[in-house]
Write a protein that binds this ligand. Structure first.
Ligand code: ATP
Ligand code: MG
Length: 137
């Protein structure tokens, strides 16, 4: 049993997709362990995506991720990290497989509706970024 951090990004919250995105994960058997709606400051977005600080898209990405509210959630299940990444689809919706969240809903490779931790090491950093131990139930 594994846990992973998911975010519904500003484009998803803005377009009233919170329920649809969570439904897709729940239908695949993933359990919601924690959930909150927050708005990240620019500095918080930069801290969350610090691994990308040298990338050309870092400035735009962190502006975007602090542009409106997001929903953060922790999902739990067998191989949750890999399964969530499969259910989300490729970063660029043009390359995402049929039926994935990004194929269904993403606008472009920046406004791509969802984030999911990419490894156990990332999940271990990203879950405490949003949630304290007592919130994980
Ligand atoms: P995430 O980390 O959000 O789950 P990912 O792991 O599929 O997405 P990363 O390579 O980690 O993709 O990039 C993080 C985020 O940065 C992407 O989800 C997207 O919002 C943005 N991004 C990535 N590549 C580009 C790009 N070439 N142009 C604009 N934005 C990008
Ligand atoms: Mg990533």
């Amino acid at each position: 049993i594994e846990r992973t951090l998911v975010m519904i990004k500003p484009d998803g919250v803005e377009r009233n997709l919170i329920g649809k995105v969570i439904s897709i994960f729940e239908e695949k058997g993933l359990k919601v362990i924690a959930l909150k709606k927050v708005r990240l400051s620019k500095d918080q977005a930069k801290a969350f995506y610090i691994v990308h600080k040298e990338r050309p898209f870092y400035e735009d990405l962190t502006n975007y991720m602090s542009s409106g509210p997001i929903v953060a959630l922790v999902l739990e299940g067998e191989n949750a990290i890999k399964r969530v990444r499969e259910i989300m689809g490729a970063t660029d919706p043009k390359e995402a497989a049929e039926g994935t969240i990004r194929k269904l809903f993403a606008i472009d490779k920046e406004k791509n509706t969802v984030h999911g931790s990419d490894s156990p090491e990332s999940a271990a950093k990203e879950i405490p970024f949003f949630f304290s131990e007592y919130e994980l139930i």
